[in-house]
Design a protein around this ligand. Structure first.
Ligand code: FAD
Length: 542
């Protein structure tokens, strides 16, 4: 056999690293808002997340997307979706390590850091594969919403908070764990859920019959769904199980699966209800406040998932730059590449710090803080993600554009968290709403920001600008993105100034708050200690 060439200057695979304990910013945040024991309790998950096995599950689940099976061979409707075994491995791992509903039961049992533990685990584990994060998130988020109706919580909460995963349409009462989804969006409107046309009619036995459709319902093989439908009193929230307590299948007609840009391991369906059995959650006509309990938590996960996406892209970029040479030197030793890597690392650290701070608010019961800070963070961190992933991809050059690198999958996933659970404009307007509704929310967020007052003049100026924006009532909706973005930046600045290495906080304040920055990543000003910033993001293969 003739030899054409030797392969040189290609980077070694990144395997055996720990995306949880090995991520200095994430580990610091865990110790800060919980403790070292909490971090240690995630060691097994971290090791698995960096393994070749888990990376292979992620690849296989995406290269073998779910298949819709509407009918069996005899023509009976079955409305099932078939997933690759790798998807089930991912799900079983996430549920088994307590990333779904478990923290709610742990918190009720007195665990002080259940939500931070879970958030840190979620940021680390979701880097393996983002699609299965969707049902894991919805299960986590369904628990507080379901608590509005004690009888339903008593029936389903033990399953939703369980650590067992059993796929398939069987009796929920016999399963070691349950998965939840949500159905709000309809053809004529998603953000404006009051435009829902699905109708609910009460039956004599206390249940309701739903008739109508949902245009997006992800993870349709979940055991139960929170669904919005109209009663004469207005939009109301219902629980729809796929299998009824008598063991029969509920009516849940899967019309199609969406052909999505990314998120391909996960199924997102169009569903029709026709006399579908449902139970009322909360009060008739108060469906939006009921489901908002779920939405507030899914928004937290949008921030955590985006922080994970940013971190996964950064990890690949730094790894590549430390092993690839161009023009006679490693990329990581070349000043302009150091600027790009440092800028990416600053973004990652800011996203991580804010996401874990939000999770700590759930542990502490800081509802008012979470309502406003969560919305602002959802707007900002999710919006930053596609730009960050695109820049990280470019660090890998042409290799980054090729599927095998993993960056294309991250890139396709990147915009999603900004679109669902309140698209950019809707969530920015929600930031205004949260401030308008409760001065306590604003006070709680302002108090957190003020903790860093006086630590940096650029930060102090940004906070003044924020107050000026908030104090000006003129055309507030038109300025909603400015307000939401600046609020999130001030929160991030406050956290980094108090807790991050000085070089990271300095770069953040110079660029994001002080305006000494270009329109693209990698345009930090000189004199910031860029090497130390990105070297903090280095993870070592095992
Ligand atoms: C992969 C995927 C999975 C999904 N899974 C689910 C699911 O499981 N369950 C579910 O219920 N939904 C799901 N969705 C739907 C998603 O939540 C909606 O698409 C989203 O809420 C936006 O609704 P819409 O598509 O109807 O857009 P619209 O509401 O029509 O909004 C379109 C655009 O207009 C903007 N806009 C809206 N109102 C205003 C305003 N007042 N001022 C300025 N701008 C405005 C929005 O920000 C958006 O950019 C999923 C979507 C995707 C892509």
């Amino acid at each position: 056999m003739s030899t054409t060439h030797e392969v040189t200057n290609q980077v070694p695979p990144l395997i055996g690293h720990d995306p949880i304990a090995g991520d200095a910013a994430l580990a610091d945040a865990c110790r800060r808002h919980a403790d070292a024991a909490t971090l240690a309790s995630l060691a097994e998950l971290g090791a698995l997340a960096g393994s070749e096995q888990a990376q292979e599950w992620g690849r296989l689940a995406n290269e073998n997307p779910p298949k819709l099976r509407t009918h069996d061979r005899y023509g009976n409707r079955v409305d099932e979706v078939e997933f690759h075994p790798a998807w089930h491995e991912l799900m079983a791992t996430a549920v088994g390590h307590g990333l779904a509903g478990a923290p709610w039961a742990e918190q009720s049992a007195g665990a002080p850091h259940a939500h931070v533990r879970r958030a840190v685990g979620y940021v680390g584990w979701s880097q393996v594969e983002m699609g299965h994060g969707c049902p894991v998130t919805m299960t986590y988020a369904a628990v507080p919403a379901l608590r509005a109706t004690q009888e339903l919580a008593a029936r389903y909460e033990p399953g939703l908070t369980g650590r067992g995963y059993r796929f398939g349409l069987t009796d929920p009462a016999a399963k070691p764990g349950l998965i939840a989804g949500m159905g709000m969006t309809e053809k004529q409107g998603g953000s404006d859920v009051r435009a829902n046309t699905t109708r609910a009619v009460p039956r004599p036995d206390g249940t309701y019959a739903l008739t109508g459709h949902k245009w997006f319902t992800s993870a349709p093989m979940s055991d139960l769904f929170l669904v919005l439908a109209q009663l004469p009193e207005g939009v109301s929230c219902f629980l729809v199980p796929r299998v009824l307590p008598d063991g029969s299948r509920n009516v849940f007609r899967l019309q199609r699966l969406k052909d999505k840009l990314g998120d391909r391991s996960n199924a997102s369906s169009e569903v029709e209800f026709d006399g579908t059995t449902a139970w009322l959650v909360g009060v008739p006509g108060r469906g939006v406040p009921a489901i908002i309990e779920m939405v507030n938590v899914t928004r937290l996960d949008c921030v955590l998932g985006s922080a994970g996406t940013i971190r996964a892209a950064l990890t690949q970029a730094v790894h590549h730059a430390r092993h690839r040479q161009a023009f006679g030197a490693l990329l990581a030793d070349q000043p302009l590449m150091q600027n790009v890597l440092a800028d990416l690392a600053v973004e990652s650290e800011a996203a991580t710090a804010l996401g874990i701070r939000l999770a700590a608010a759930l542990d502490a019961g800081e509802t008012e803080f979470l309502r406003l800070a969560g919305a602002a963070a959802k707007f900002w961190v999710c919006k930053r993600t596609p730009a960050v992933v695109a820049e990280a991809m470019e660090v890998l050059g042409g290799n980054g554009y090729v599927e095998e690198s993993g960056l294309p999958r991250l890139y396709r996933q990147a915009p999603l968290n900004s679109i669902w659970e309140g698209s950019g404009n809707v969530i920015a307007l929600d930031v205004l709403r949260a401030m308008g509704r409760s001065s306590e929310s604003l006070a709680a967020v302002a108090a957190e920001i003020d903790l860093a007052g006086g630590l940096d003049a650029r930060f102090d100026d940004a906070v003044k600008r924020l107050h000026a924006e908030l104090g000006d009532p003129a055309e507030l909706p038109l300025r909603a993105r400015r307000v939401a973005g600046l609020l999130a930046l001030c929160l991030q600045g406050s956290l980094l100034l108090r807790h991050a290495p000085a070089a990271v906080a300095d770069a953040f304040c110079a660029s994001r708050l002080g305006g000494d920055w270009g329109a693209v990543l990698g345009s930090l000003p000189a004199g910031l200690g860029v090497r130390s910033i990105f070297e903090r993001a280095v993870v070592e293969p095992g």
